[in-house]
Design a protein around this ligand. Structure first.
Ligand code: AMP
Ligand code: MG
Length: 330
């Protein structure tokens, strides 16, 4: 990331909305008010912009992000709605309810935004400024809270500025936000389940559904019992192929996930090879990470050998994810 960006602060209004849409389209980072907290927005379809978002927040891990859209029609372009999801969207959108749904065919949301999962978290915010920005931009916008990792969520533009000045392009100041708690997250799988309590109380959701919300299984990362479609509930993506870290050579039958220009002994043996970043750029590597893991996972290799990645900047989050991939979901 560029730590010396000039962060503009504009009062909410037509000019700010237009500037926000332009900045998002150019791959920039824009903080804006939602009814829950101030969000830090990036184009959900642009993996480089999302890598910059993680870098700006200083997040040591890639959690899946929520895609914000302007209305239900826009949500249908990225996610598949079953009957329960339809009910919840009609009852609570716009508002602080996030639905985790299977990705739609042609879903433009980048793998880095969903952390490689087959599902996507989507919501229609109620805040007028957020909706105007989403309408003007025209596509889904990921928007985690606009604070440095580990700090409290911001409810004013001044909070955002004190954490992120110099790290993002634009702050749209819409005054203090009302709710200050995060959105409730419901996963709509076989049966709808509460994944995170938040702004919409459980009771209201259950009333709208006409049934109780299921509890997520204790071990949310384990899909060993396969209770749902594969990958649906896993909180992280893990390739089926074994992953070998810190590789200093390539064995016969292995695929290679490379980084930088150093050529490994035995690289000619690789059944497939993808380079996260030939110029050793960690932001570029982050943008490519999940897509490349998926591609190599599909090659039928014995193992995916991964070259060492420096543990600085986004390298920390990349290494966190690679370690989880190496352990698998078991
Ligand atoms: P927030 O912190 O409000 O930006 O919400 C992000 C949270 O949404 C993540 O930490 C996850 O808990 C949840 N989330 C986003 N996408 C998914 C997904 N595909 N599956 C399960 N949980 C998700
Ligand atoms: Mg947060």
């Amino acid at each position: 990331m560029n730590p010396t960006l000039e962060t503009r602060i504009l009062p909410a209004g037509e000019a700010a909305v237009a500037a926000a849409a332009r900045t998002l389209a150019a791959g920039g980072l824009v903080a804006f008010p939602t009814e829950t907290v101030y969000g830090l927005g990036a184009d959900a379809a642009n993996p480089t912009a999302i890598a910059h978002l993680y870098a700006a927040k200083g997040r040591p891990a890639f959690n899946p992000l929520i895609a914000h859209v302007s209305d239900l029609a826009a949500a249908r372009k990225i996610a598949r709605f079953d009957a329960a999801a339809e009910k919840l969207a009609h009852a609570f959108w716009p508002g602080p309810l996030t639905l985790v749904l299977p990705k739609a065919d042609g879903c433009v949301v980048a793998d880095l935004a969903t952390a490689g999962l087959d599902t996507v978290a989507v919501r229609v915010p109620a805040h007028a400024v957020a909706r105007e920005i989403l309408r003007a931009f025209g596509g889904p916008v990921v928007a985690p809270s606009a604070n440095l990792s580990g700090h409290v969520s911001p409810t004013t533009a001044a909070h955002v500025d004190s954490d992120l000045a110099g790290r993002i392009d634009l702050i749209v100041d819409g005054g203090p936000v009302e709710v200050g708690v995060e959105s409730t997250i419901v996963g709509c799988f076989d049966s709808p389940m509460l994944l995170r309590p938040g702004g919409v109380p459980r009771e209201e959701i259950e009333r709208a559904l006409g049934r109780a919300l299921a509890q997520p299984p204790q071990e949310i990362e384990s899909d060993s019992a396969q209770p749902l479609a594969p990958g649906m509930l896993a909180s992280h993506y893990a390739p089926r192929t074994r992953v070998r870290l810190q590789a200093d050579s390539v064995e016969r039958g292995e695929a290679l996930l490379a980084f930088g220009l150093h050529r490994l002994h035995g690289a000619d043996n690789a059944v497939a090879m993808l380079n996260l970043s030939e110029r050793s750029d960690l932001d570029e590597a982050a943008a490519n990470l999940f897509g490349y893991l998926r591609s190599l996972d599909a090659k039928g290799a014995r193992t995916i050998a991964v070259m060492p990645i420096p543990n600085e900047g986004l390298g920390e989050a990349i290494n966190d994810r690679l370690r989880r991939a190496a352990v698998g979901r078991a």
